[in-house]
Design a protein. Sequence first.
Length: 133
Amino acid sequence: MKTRVLPFMIALLLLCPAPATRGARPVHTVAVPDRADAQTAVTVSGTIRHGGNPVSGVGVHVIWEGDSREVTTGPGGTYSVGGVPTGGWVQIFVRPPIADRLAFRNWGAEELTGDLSKDFDLQSGYRLQGEFR
């Protein structure tokens, strides 16, 4: 059914003449601001530690309504993601390399109202993967 509709719509567009522009009244458009544009952009940042020491090479995934960004911590264990809009929810997923044997961490907030500094102290742990019966 979908394969028949598309050729029909294309044929209809080709056969219908475009409206005359001479003497036509101009069309006025009003820009409606996108929700993200109307909000203030803030920064989500923090430090990832284990036993009080910064941990480098940890993947941090920051997700908010409509977008997300992934970064990796540097030598000081810090991460920073800018351009996150206020007024909505935010989630942070911390994913250390499996070889580090550190547990994953998740965190979230219902409403982001300004710059957020969220530190994580990772615990030793193991990741189980595979099929369990």
